[in-house]
Design a protein around this ligand. Structure first.
Ligand code: ME8
Length: 514
């Protein structure tokens, strides 16, 4: 099981959301093609004060706002070719049931108590902050994330988070890969080592949330703190705890893919809640960095918010997926700009991969009767390029196990570049008259190299890889990684469809300015 964070339903999808969805989809596709049984889930975070306030501002009901945003995110998932198996919306009945179950388990374990909360709260972050973490500007106080905080004083349920610091540290110690990349792990470990305060887990000053069952001790009606609610979505998706159906086997999750701003919630609160509820912990919290448009943080006020749909329309979906996954070292922040995207499209996709496929396949169409040319005796150069293409899958697999798609793609494209050198060096066009058998062998080896590379490219650029495999005559049931090797190699004389381009160059149109 692999998940994305569930985006707040108070605003339209932005490129950070698209990035997370693309990366998680690539991880899910990779495992699926590698023979694993995969559950890929996403969702919508629909409760909380921020939702209630935005809805009021826009003259909508919170549910109306959530429905509108959920439809936008569903469209984004389709447009990115990154459809999940399930979308958990926190206003769904199945989810409320799961959250109440978790709550009762934490209560039964003696970890919830009623008290009074007085302290600072950021509605934008839906997070509490200690006085010491705040900065002051113009008489107003701000959280370390830059968002304004307000003073909150209310009756509240508390979760005994303080009792979990040692247990969490022991867990991080015993599972060094629990938070990855390591840099985020170190931050979390240092934070927990400073000690944890108990966490306020209910609110009484608004009502857009999951109601907490009334107790004789309370004087007001409480709704669940939105992070207890939201984090539980991951269990809702599997039905573990409640439905116990077919999907329950997917819990505990293998990976929660999240952005760096919400590591505290996923690597501290969530495992503590689960320990309290007696539930197994997810195996890994996989953290990605933030995307910036030319190095600036995206914000509406800066006017640099480019929507995912606009980018897909301008560059193409595989092009965008490739750019994000190849360009940004996973886990680090990254920039995107028109120039950088065009550069990747033209250099890697159009020139290296697209041209090699186009040149070799059109030579085959013209000179080899549109069928896989016959392979003669192999030279060292032939054997070497085929071996490199096979090894690319192994290296990509290791990189993806480390959540490093940029390394996987770098390796595959290193071999694409090698294959171009091989093709240019062998000059099959010059051998047409002098040594047609050798020409056929070089074209065969090139086509087989492309097949071996197209197979591991599928998770990253699904449409173009499928098109390339079509052009190579590889049937839909011969595309899993298990078919990448010698046993399924192209056969002499197998018919091929007419060649077609897979990646056009990006040509500047007059209106494309940045
Ligand atoms: O945090 N670049 O929702 P969200 C890359 N509802 N990733 C970014 C980003 C950027 N500029 N901006 C945001 C929430 N993200 C909660 C999650 S999970 C139980 C609840 C990432 O809509 C962000 O880090 O603010 C998070 O992983 C995801 O987008 C949703 O952010």
């Amino acid at each position: 099981m692999i998940s994305t964070a569930i985006p707040y339903a108070n605003g339209a999808p932005h490129i950070g959301h698209a990035y997370e969805r693309i990366a998680t989809d690539a991880f899910a596709r990779f495992k699926r093609l590698d023979g694993f049984d995969v559950l890929f889930v996403t969702g919508m975070d629909e409760h909380g004060q921020k939702m209630q306030r935005t809805a009021e501002k826009e003259g909508l009901t919170p549910q109306g706002l959530a429905d509108r945003t959920a439809a936008q995110f569903a469209r984004m998932g389709e447009a990115l070719n990154a459809r999940a198996d399930d979308i958990v919306r926190t206003t769904q009945a199945r989810h409320k049931e799961t959250v109440l179950d978790i709550w009762r388990r934490m209560e039964a374990n003696g970890d919830l108590y009623l008290s009074k909360y007085s302290g600072w709260y950021s509605v934008r972050d839906e997070a509490y902050y200690d006085e010491g973490e705040l900065t002051e500007r113009d008489g107003r106080k701000f959280a370390p994330t830059g968002t304004p905080v307000e003073w909150v004083e209310e009756e509240s349920w508390f979760f005994r988070l303080s009792a979990y610091a040692e247990k969490l540290l022991a867990h991080y110690e015993a599972h060094p890969d629990f938070i990855t990349p390591e840099h985020y792990r170190n931050e979390i470990v240092a934070f927990v080592k400073r000690g944890l305060s108990d966490l306020s887990v209910s609110r009484t000053t608004f009502d857009w949330g999951i109601p907490i069952p009334p107790s004789p001790e309370t004087t007001a009606s409480h709704v669940m703190y939105v992070w207890v609610d939201a984090l539980t979505n991951y269990i809702t998706a599997t039905g573990w705890l409640t439905v116990q159906g077919d999907r329950a086997r997917f819990w505990p999750a293998d990976a929660h893919v999240i952005g760096k701003d919400i590591t505290r919630f996923h690597a501290i609160y969530w495992p503590a809640f689960l320990m309290s509820a007696g539930a197994p912990l997810p195996k890994q919290i996989v953290v990605h960095g933030f995307l910036f448009s030319r190095g600036e943080k995206m914000s509406k006020s800066l006017g640099n918010v480019v929507g995912p749909h606009e980018l897909i329309e301008r560059y193409g979906v595989d092009q965008l997926r490739y750019f994000f996954l190849r360009e940004i070292p996973f886990g680090q922040d990254g920039n995107y700009s028109h120039e950088a995207i065009v550069n990747r499209i033209n250099a890697d996709l159009a020139n290296d991969l697209g041209n090699l496929a186009q040149r070799s396949l059109s030579m085959i169409a013209k000179n080899c009767a549109g069928a896989v040319p016959a392979k003669g005796d192999l030279t060292d150069a032939d054997r070497d390029i085929l071996a490199q293409a096979s090894a690319a899958l192994e290296k990509a697999r290791a990189a993806m196990d480390d959540y490093a798609p940029h390394h996987a793609l770098a390796e595959i494209f290193r071999v694409v570049a090698e294959a171009n050198r091989y093709f240019a060096g062998e000059e099959p066009w010059a051998k047409k008259k002098t040594d047609p058998a050798r020409m056929a062998t070089v074209l065969h080896v090139t086509a087989e190299t492309l097949r071996r590379l197209a197979i591991p490219l599928q998770p990253f650029i699904p449409e173009a890889a499928a098109k390339l495999l079509d052009l190579l005559g590889v049937g839909p049931d011969a595309r899993d990684f298990v078919h990448a090797g010698d046993a399924d190699a192209l056969q002499d004389g197998a018919p091929l469809p007419p060649p077609a381009p897979i990646f056009p160059r990006f040509v500047e149109a007059e209106e494309v300015t940045d």
